[in-house]
Design a protein around this ligand. Structure first.
Ligand SMILES: [Zn+2]
Length: 132
């Protein structure tokens, strides 16, 4: 599992992680220290007032909205990579494609077709004799 912040981006502002700007997160979403501070203040303000401060996109310009699109695509790719790393972890623990598929709500074959080409062990479940 790759935990190197330098290879990831903040899922909230898009800032790339660096050695001096580590990211925190989980489930494929990461947050830089600047966003942790900002959203900490947002949550504190909500707790104090009992209401949130609305939808920030309503005050964005069209270029700002368009600028978010590529960031959303990058975040999606980061989440996909995170899922792949966790499937690799599951496979390294010898969990079967059937178990992985069941956890994802898809068939064993669908799980294998989606992830096996990116796995170190590229065995086709159709050629295996065990229950893999
Ligand atoms: Zn950020």
């Amino acid at each position: 599992m790759d935990v190197d912040s330098a290879k990831k981006r903040c899922s909230f502002c898009g800032e790339p992680g660096r050695a001096d700007l580590p990211l925190v997160g989980g489930l494929g979403a990461f947050m830089c220290g600047t966003c942790v501070d900002y959203y900490g203040e947002v949550v504190a303000a909500f707790r104090q007032s009992g209401r949130d401060n609305g939808s920030p996109w309503e005050e964005m310009s069209d270029p700002e909205v368009l600028g978010k699109l590529s960031m959303i695509v990058r975040t999606g790719a980061q989440v996909d990579q995170f899922l792949l790393e966790w499937v690799q972890l599951a496979r390294s623990r010898t969990l079967s494609w059937a178990e992985i598929g069941r956890a994802l709500g898809i068939s064993r074959q669908a799980a294998w077709e989606r992830f096996a080409r990116d796995m170190p062990d590229l065995e086709d479940p159709h050629t295996r004799t065990d229950a893999g």
